[in-house]
Write a protein that binds this ligand. Structure first.
Ligand code: P71
Length: 478
């Protein structure tokens, strides 16, 4: 049996090394073959660097960063198997063997029939939005994601939030904050009619809610609704394995299922997916659109050649597709996903113990600092999350990301800032990159900053780009 299969068969906590031996301690399920050296900086250097970056962590040079928790996107460590797969890249313009391997992997792990590769997740979002959305349409979803919503808007649609109210409350302990509130779907349907709802946009491990899962039970109800009204579900599968791990841990009746099985069950309740392979699948670049409907596939395959590349590579090199194919299999391995999510829990647990306000329950890919409670003296129009991210960098060389009013952008109708309930700083953990010791250092730095929070003051925005402003906006201290 190939190693991969052996491990999936053995899936289950009872078979993991630490549990069979009844030990309390636990270690990463990999050893390190190559290291990347980190550069240490002084406080003075960091003060200068953040000023030059306009107090925007996206504009820092990564050489000036010590522990980089900006994102888990494209920043994970590939395995030796993925790297050896890279050497098997077939760089033919058309019909690369790696495309067929990827297609096979998507069918095996996700179950979708037809694959359209794209350069990354937003490439897939662009295509599905252009094909399915008409001007004046409404796309309900379990909380927006920046690029997803922007593509829906550029296609003429409007995003409608139908996530449960609990998701907007960072202190609410609901275990499935990614769930959809079906009554919100009913209300939308009643208001606009089904002709104006091209699909439901359902994410697993909802990023902007703090990496919060949707339950299988809830997705089944959403599926019933979708079938009843003939409105398909497009799944943002970017972190589906992380969601599946939470289901295994928390949802009754799911403890004995493998993460791989749960991933398939989730996907089987939907009609297609957009995927940023830079997260769960641990590659540096890549993504895809996958659908079950042959007509939709035909349209998508035609559109991909305009914006991404030929339909058998879609913006990826052959070697990239190979790494995605292997990474999809690794993403559903129990030992891997447990180590990944539990490392995030470890960091979050340390912060909670010290009384630092974070989003609870702790999410799958990141710990989110609640900037509204961290800096109650900084009003939301002075960008509390933005300044908190800048200060954490100055304090400790740790790079995080604003997920608050800057990320939320402006309302296309009124032109005003959108003031989201969640004003967060995301400490995002790349997969297989940092050790528990890096988490210890991070926790200590955040706790120190929390103890000195009173001296932190707000910012004003001095440059604002039109699209996805958080990437390039610049700020100055007030
Ligand atoms: C993350 C990213 C990358 C990112 C994107 C935009 C602003 C800041 C950082 C990307 C996602 C995602 C979900 C749920 C689609 C995409 C787009 N996340 N859906 O979290 O999380 O994928 O980046 O491959 O185009 O740092 P893409």
């Amino acid at each position: 049996m190939p190693l991969e299969q052996v491990r999936i068969v053995q899936d289950g906590l009872e078979n993991s090394m630490s549990n069979t031996e009844k030990r309390k301690s636990w270690a990463e399920p990999f050893k390190i073959k190559m290291v990347e050296l980190l550069r240490m900086t002084t406080r003075d250097e960091r003060v200068k660097a953040i000023k030059e970056a306009g107090y925007n962590t996206f504009l820092l040079k990564s050489d000036d960063v010590y522990i980089d928790l900006l994102t888990d996107s494209g920043t994970s460590a590939m395995s030796d198997r993925q790297w050896s797969g890279m050497m098997m890249g077939d760089e033919a313009y058309a019909g690369s063997r790696n495309f067929y391997h990827l297609e096979e992997a998507v069918r095996k792990y996700y179950g979708y029939k037809y694959l359209v590769p794209t350069h990354q997740g937003r490439g897939a979002e662009h295509i599905i939005s252009r094909i399915m959305i008409k001007k004046g349409d409404f796309i309900p979803g379990n909380m927006y994601f920046t690029t997803t919503r922007l593509h829906q808007e550029l296609a003429g649609g409007g995003f409608v939030d139908v996530i449960v109210d609990e998701a907007h409350d960072p202190t609410n302990q609901h275990t499935f904050k990614g769930n959809v509130d079906i009554s919100k779907l009913d209300r939308l349907l009643e208001k606009v009619g089904k002709e104006k709802i091209p699909y439901l946009s359902i994410a697993t491990a909802v990023n902007m809610a703090g990496g919060q899962p949707i339950s299988l039970e809830n997705l089944k109800k959403v599926r019933e609704w979708s079938l009843k009204h003939g409105i398909p579900i497009i799944h943002d599968a970017t972190r589906v394995a992380e969601n599946a791990y939470f289901i295994k841990k928390r949802e009754s009746g799911c403890q004995d299922k493998s993460v791989a099985q749960i991933v398939r069950e989730l996907c089987d309740l939907t009609d297609g997916c957009t995927m940023s392979a830079k997260k769960d699948a641990m590659v540096n670049i890549g993504g895809f659109l996958a659908v079950n409907d042959p007509d939709l596939f035909d349209q998508a395959r035609n559109m991909v050649v305009i914006y991404e590349g030929l339909h058998t590579y879609g913006g990826m090199a052959g070697r990239d597709m190979e790494a995605v194919a292997i990474g999809l299999g690794e993403s559903v391995d129990h030992e891997h996903i447990r180590a990944r999510v539990e490392q995030v829990m470890y960091l979050g647990g340390k912060l909670l113990d010290a009384g630092v306000p974070i989003v609870e329950p702790i999410g799958s890919h990141a710990v989110f600092l609640d900037a509204k409670r961290f800096l109650p003296h900084v009003p939301q129009n002075e960008f509390p999350a933005q300044v908190l991210a800048a200060e954490l960098y100055v304090e400790a060389g740790i790079r995080s990301m604003e997920r608050g009013v800057v990320s939320a952008g402006r309302d296309p109708e009124t032109g005003d800032h959108r003031y989201p309930k969640l004003e967060l700083v995301r400490l995002t953990i790349p997969r297989r990159v940092y050790t528990q010791a890096h988490m210890d250092v991070t926790a200590e730095a955040v706790i120190e900053l929390y103890e000195n929070r009173d001296r932190i003051k707000g910012l004003k925005m001095v440059y604002e780009p039109k699209y996805l402003r958080f990437f390039q906006a610049r700020f100055e201290p007030i």
